[in-house]
Design a protein around this ligand. Structure first.
Ligand code: DX5
Ligand code: ZN
Length: 219
């Protein structure tokens, strides 16, 4: 099974609600990009825009911020928080685990295109999901970097049950490659929201991913 998660990179609560509304009936999860203009050279909505999000869909947050624990501490409930391993150390990882034990959230780890999988090894036993960036984080509409497939393959070979998500440059052409390397979750912004019919775009990405997934050998 390949899951497509619409990615939302916006600067206002109005846009956020509109993007959620456009896909809410056809997906179970949406991906919200959070940027602080420090970890990446761009800024999106802040915490104040996240109050009382619509029901009927789950939320995963992609934290492209310095000190993600300071933000995540202010969010309640059963969310999936995807944090960049480049921002993690033993101390804040401990703090994040405590926050999630208290609020019922889940943690996932994110790797930038140049970050090796060795970097996540100290923390991987605590997570069920790893997100591999296929672009340098900060902007939507960038080109998929095929070199990251080597990393996806290595992760899949080492962790057969891990949820492996790919984010950046995902479209019906690249979805098959990413899933062929072992990904089973695909986040996509422009391929969904710039399409005339976002729901059809989601179906196409998912079908392309599923046919790529059939070719996974598990090495
Ligand atoms: C990039 C973000 C991605 C982005 C995806 O920094 O984390 O989630 O919105 O955009 P596309 O699918 O257009 O590459
Ligand atoms: Zn993202």
């Amino acid at each position: 099974m390949v899951e497509v998660v619409p990615a939302i990179l916006v600067k206002s609560r109005e846009e956020l609600l509109e993007c959620i509304a456009r896909v809410r009936e056809s997906v179970s999860v949406v991906h919200i990009d959070m940027m602080d203009n420090e970890f990446v050279p761009n800024k999106t909505i802040g915490l104040e825009s996240l109050a009382e999000l619509p029901n009927g869909v789950s939320y995963e947050f992609h934290w492209m911020v310095k000190n993600p624990e300071r933000w995540i501490a202010k969010i309640n409930g059963n969310r999936l928080h995807l944090v960049h391993v480049e921002t993690i150390n033993k101390e804040n990882w401990g703090a994040l685990k405590k926050i999630c034990a208290r609020s019922g959230c889940r943690l996932g780890l994110v790797l930038n295109p140049e970050t090796t999988i060795e970097k996540i090894m100290p923390y991987i036993k605590d997570v069920s999901r790893v997100l591999v960036m296929a672009v340098h984080p900060g902007f939507y509409g960038q080109k998929y970097i095929p070199d990251v497939e080597e990393k996806i393959r290595a992760l899949r070979a080492r962790f057969p049950k891990l949820e492996i998500e790919v984010d950046g440059g995902v479209n019906p052409e690249t979805a098959g490659r990413a899933c062929g390397a072992g990904a089973n979750v695909l986040a996509a912004a422009s391929a969904v929201y710039s399409a005339k019919n976002p729901l059809e775009a989601i179906k196409n990405i998912s079908a392309a991913g599923a046919s790529g997934a059939k070719t996974v050998t598990g090495e």
